[in-house]
Design a protein around this ligand. Sequence first.
Ligand code: ATP
Ligand code: MG
Length: 431
Amino acid sequence: MTNFYIENFENIDESMYNKNVQVTGWIEDSRSIGSLIFLTLKNSTGKLQLIIKKNQVSEELWKQVDNITRQSIVKANGKLVHNEKNNIIELIIEELDILNEAVHPLPLDPTGRVDSGLDIILDSRSLSLRKPEIKSIFKLRNDSLMYIRDFFINNDFLEINTPKILSLGAEGGATLFKTEYFDKLGFLAQSPQLYKEQLMLAFEKVFEISHYFRAEKSNTTRHLNEFVSVDFEWAYKNNEQTMDLCEDLIKYTINNLIKNSSKELKNLDSDLSNYLNKFDRITYQNVIDDLNDLDHKKSFGEDITEHDLVVLSEKHKSFYFITDWPSEIKPFYIAGHKDSDLSMSFDLQFSNVELVSGGVRIHKVDELEKNMKKSGLDIKNFKSHLQTFKWGMPPHSGLGLGFDRLIMILANRKNIREVVLYPRDKDRLEP
Ligand code: ATP
Ligand code: MG
């Protein structure tokens, strides 16, 4: 008869005391004291102390366990006991199989006794995830994704999946990755922009969470060449309503994390309670004025750079919106205010990091064509897109939120690479 298998160490309770059980996992630590060996067994759910008593096992098993390398995988059978003196639960081993031995030296120490640099962590990513703090990042990522999806479903949005191989780029420009597509030239999607707009014809409220690709050569702590974006698009809504939904989405996620993921937040030393105040909303013009007041010369019409945002972060340390950007520096599909060269657009910033870009879109085909030409795009390439605007396209707005950047903020990390399992940047295509 096989023993009862304990999959989740957190579920161990009194009813299992003094029963014969089976567990699997990796050996985190091993200490031998006279005729006893103490092993710390870990699995993805937690840890458990195993004890081997020399006089209760074969000499062969004793030797094997005495020489076992840390991080090796074992299967163990024995009796679960509650050590009342120390109030801990222990498994007194009767049988132990080494299923796979870890080969030392290992590239990093998952117990955290020795710190490793980011490159080593990324080069040995799967092993790094045995470190509790690093694992917490990805649990937080998982939880956030769940709450974001939940938020959209609660608000009657439809989840969509649009293609990632395209014949043209949503925003054009130099940051498109080219790919051979049989006898044609294809491009990897930079965003779902055109498709989510087309779907306004019938669905009115859509969201998509997916990977996008940008051939950006810049090496920064917030850019990757492959990233995950949370996009939504909805019909008949203005800029204020779209910003409100954006703010609600982020606060819904934060509130749920505070309520349900406190262990992870604690492991990551992340305090999210400060981010629940109303997000400031300032205009692009306010930013230009503020920068000039801070003796940082800036003229109207110039794009706001990373350096400008660092200067501005003196005043804005948390989430804030910058609205009404000059149309000139926004993509062709962004609608302008009536008789003005300002657009109905916004970015959400977190201190000096841009997190979201959004706005009201142009829904009239002639305006869209005019803007495309102005941006240097060949409207012939956008024929199938443009025709949908002649089939009864409602006014609509939406946004794209950099999910990895959001996690970087929520997990209190400084580099986007820390919060992505296998980041892709100019120098990294492996593992
Ligand atoms: P940035 O100015 O920071 O390069 P962007 O304005 O080019 O960003 P958008 O086209 O507005 O980016 O994309 C929407 C959001 O997607 C951004 O606000 C950001 O959060 C995220 N994002 C864009 N490019 C990247 C990237 N290379 N790596 C990670 N996230 C990105
Ligand atoms: Mg942007």
